[in-house]
Design a protein around this ligand. Structure first.
Ligand code: TXA
Ligand code: MG
Length: 325
């Protein structure tokens, strides 16, 4: 199969490209599409056969459910069993945007989307191509991130192409993702809210909006609430070593006989001239740096984690997961 990549920044072909994507989806095919967080591998929720393909292409365990992407609040509410005031507050404050809510599902949402759970994960992306696509097909699009399971998530069409060339019919290319790490996932049950996956929306902001504390499960208890969190994620081939002082980073890099990449927080104001393998990292580029390390055969990545990184809960979570064995 040839994988077609269509550039969505070209205005005069935008509409034609959307129609092509819509046609593929309606016939039960997979389309990779951009969101503001990472690229998704999508199918329309009524087509079971699409999801058999998505799970097998990604090598994704069947017990790991998908996020359903909607284009409007009404569409999102139609997929919920009931809509609590807390859910309404979250939706009106953060959607469209990088938030996913997991809540009891409406009757009729197929088990192949939710891995048989009675809850469903829902979000409204803010990326225009994603919204236009969902609106055009007239049905929600369920999608996991468009990477092979265990690889870093894709933040550019090229990453999707590298993982799935020849195995999916279409990638809608909308350039680099604005945010670069996956959405914040919250479990919402009536007035009770738990953090299942940190992202770029901080706990403080969520608690300010809700005017109450949310539950932050321990790392051990998260996997029982959210199946995907038990799997090892986001891993480059290189060994990742975290260091907590700049000095330690330099010493480790000098001692190592391997090809070493050094990653520094953006807040550090300089990279010394003699470190051509040093790069600044942020939420936006961390996954593409991991992919660069793989494609350029780095055997080790030393990441300097400072206070500014620790405060970015989503970023720190991804770095820790990538470094865990
Ligand atoms: O930013 C994002 O969320 C991206 C873009 C494409 O929207 N999507 C994404 O999907 O990261 P994925 O499949 O890589 O991660 C979905 C996460 C998994 O950890 C999964 O276990 C959790 O959401 N999840 C989905 N449905 C759930 C449910 N009913 N209960 C608990 N966790 C759920
Ligand atoms: Mg993923």
């Amino acid at each position: 199969m040839e994988t077609v990549v269509l550039d969505m920044s070209v205005q005069n072909s935008y509409d034609k490209n959307l129609s092509f994507a819509t046609d593929l989806l309606t016939k039960g095919n997979i389309v990779a599409f951009p969101t503001e967080t990472v690229y998704g591998l999508g199918g329309i929720i009524s087509k079971e056969e699409t999801f058999n393909q998505i799970y097998s292409l990604k090598g994704r365990p069947l017990d790991n459910p998908l996020i359903v992407h909607c284009s409007t609040v009404e569409q999102l509410y139609s997929l919920c069993f009931s809509v609590s005031t807390v859910l309404k507050k979250l939706v009106s404050s953060f959607m469209p945007g990088p938030l996913t809510v997991v809540t009891k599902k409406a009757v009729g949402i197929p088990n192949y989307i939710t891995s048989g759970l009675d809850t469903v994960a829902l979000r409204i992306p803010s990326n225009k191509v994603a919204l236009d696509l969902i609106e055009r097909v007239g049905e929600p699009i369920a999608a996991p991130s468009a990477n092979i399971s265990g690889k870093p998530s894709p933040t550019a069409a090229k990453h999707v192409f590298d993982d799935f060339n020849g195995r999916i019919p279409l990638i809608l290319d909308d350039g680099q993702c604005e945010i670069g790490i996956e959405s914040t996932v919250l479990f919402v049950e009536d007035q009770f809210v738990s953090l299942l996956r940190p992202g770029t929306i901080s706990i403080e902001i969520i608690e300010t909006v809700l005017q109450s504390k949310i539950n932050i499960p321990t790392e051990k208890s998260v996997p029982t609430l959210s199946p995907g969190m038990k799997y090892r994620h986001y891993s480059p081939n290189a060994i990742i070593t975290l260091v907590y002082t700049g000095k330690e980073a330099v010493i480790k890099a000098e001692k190592s006989s391997e090809k070493v990449m050094i990653l520094l927080p953006e807040e550090i104001s300089y990279i010394e001239d003699n470190y051509s393998n040093a790069f600044y990292y942020s939420e936006k580029n961390i996954y593409s740096l991991f992919r660069k390390a793989d494609s350029e055969n780095y055997s080790e990545i030393i990441i300097f984690v400072d206070q500014s990184t620790i405060e970015k809960m989503g970023l720190y979570n991804r770095i820790k997961k990538a470094s865990s064995k």
